[in-house]
Design a protein around this ligand. Structure first.
Ligand SMILES: NC(=O)c1ccc[n+]([C@@H]2O[C@H](COP(=O)([O-])OP(=O)(O)OC[C@H]3O[C@@H](n4cnc5c(N)ncnc54)[C@H](O)[C@@H]3O)[C@@H](O)[C@H]2O)c1
Length: 309
């Protein structure tokens, strides 16, 4: 991961904002995803402001970033530990923190939102920020299951609004889905694609449809595996083995669901169902609902479909 300034050149026209070169990035939400995005943006030379609701959360976000950077540099600088330490210091210096989103966006080229997965809360946030961010600032949401169009409707910059969907863990996963709504301008899409490449990621484009590319295929596959198991057609262990050895998946659908979190899988399929109520692929599962109600959410709680020590 090189520590280099972004290389694309800013080109404005008087009538429209064009190919904004993203140097200053504000990330709202310092959780798992926001901290990861901040790390990758800072590692590639961007000035990052990370925003969350309290100083204590932000301290944890910085700890998360340092921990992840340590893992990255251990491999990358295995024979030069001092250079690794220096790299971590430089990256962390590029990240400032704030609990004041309104001030943080004022010098920002791009705002990436990675807060709680709730439409109303995301809309309220963007509506407030829209009044204070400079005209050229692009807004992007990292939502997994909500409509970008619905989130963007709370602002007056729908042409400068898109989806930037990273994958977990952000430092490791190469893919970014860049989502355009019918109102998103081509310049905004180009800027988001360029930004993703500067981060060292591989962007793919998708329209604003439920689950975009990856989750639209992955989540119904997990739900279909649960239904197969619920009907007693096969054991969960055999389904996982089948998909690993027969389809080349690195994790079986039950292992993946436990990794993602069963509450997240449930929330995503429910969001799909709301948008497309007649699609049987988006039907709920009694077993999944029961596990979530019992707090068996997967690896993070020690038990989901499988038990973890
Ligand atoms: N976890 C994943 O695997 C994953 C993958 C891709 C996308 N996403 C999406 O990314 C977003 C964040 O997910 P996460 O897993 O990082 O969640 P998380 O719960 O780890 O972090 C969310 C953070 O946002 C903060 N927050 C909530 N409301 C806020 C507000 N109004 N202003 C500032 N900060 C606020 C919370 O304090 C928390 O620190 C969600 O939209 C989710 O759908 C998650």
């Amino acid at each position: 991961m090189a520590f280099a300034a972004p290389q694309i050149v800013r080109g404005f026209s008087s009538s429209a904002v064009r190919n904004v070169v993203i140097k200053n990035v504000t990330i709202i939400g310092g959780g798992q995803m926001g901290a990861g995005i901040a790390q990758v943006a800072a590692s590639t030379g961007h000035s990052v402001t990370l925003v969350d609701t309290s100083g204590d959360i932000l301290k944890k976000s910085i700890k998360m970033i340092e921990g992840s950077l340590k893992r990255v540099t251990k491999k990358k600088f295995s024979d030069k530990p001092e250079a690794g330490e220096e790299f971590i210091k430089k990256v962390v210096q590029k990240v400032s923190t704030s609990t004041d989103a309104e001030s943080a966006v004022q010098g920002s080229d791009l705002v990436v939102e990675a807060i709680v997965e709730n439409l109303k809360i995301k809309q309220d946030l963007f509506s407030r920020l829209d009044k204070l961010a400079p005209p050229h600032t692009i807004f992007a949401s990292n939502t997994s299951s909500l409509s970008i169009c619905d989130i963007a409707s709370s602002t007056n910059r729908q042409d400068r609004f898109g989806g930037l969907h990273f994958f977990n863990p952000v430092a490791m996963m190469k893919l970014v889905e860049v989502i355009g709504t019918p109102a998103t301008s081509q310049d905004t899409l180009d800027s988001l694609l360029d930004f993703s490449k500067v981060l060292g990621k591989t962007p793919v484009s998708c329209k604003d449809t439920s689950g975009f590319i990856v989750n639209r295929l992955l989540v119904p596959c997990m739900m279909e595996a649960v239904r197969l198991y619920e009907r007693g057609d096969a054991s969960k262990e055999d389904i996982d083995i089948g998909m690993k050895l027969g389809a080349g998946y690195p994790m079986g659908p039950f292992e993946l669901a436990d990794y993602v979190g069963l509450d997240i899988v449930k929330a995503v399929i429910e969001a799909f169902k709301t948008k497309d109520p007649n699609n049987p692929l988006f039907d709920s599962s009694d077993l999944l609902n029961k596990l979530v109600a019992e707090g068996k959410l997967g690896i993070k709680t020690g038990e989901g479909f499988y038990k973890y020590k």
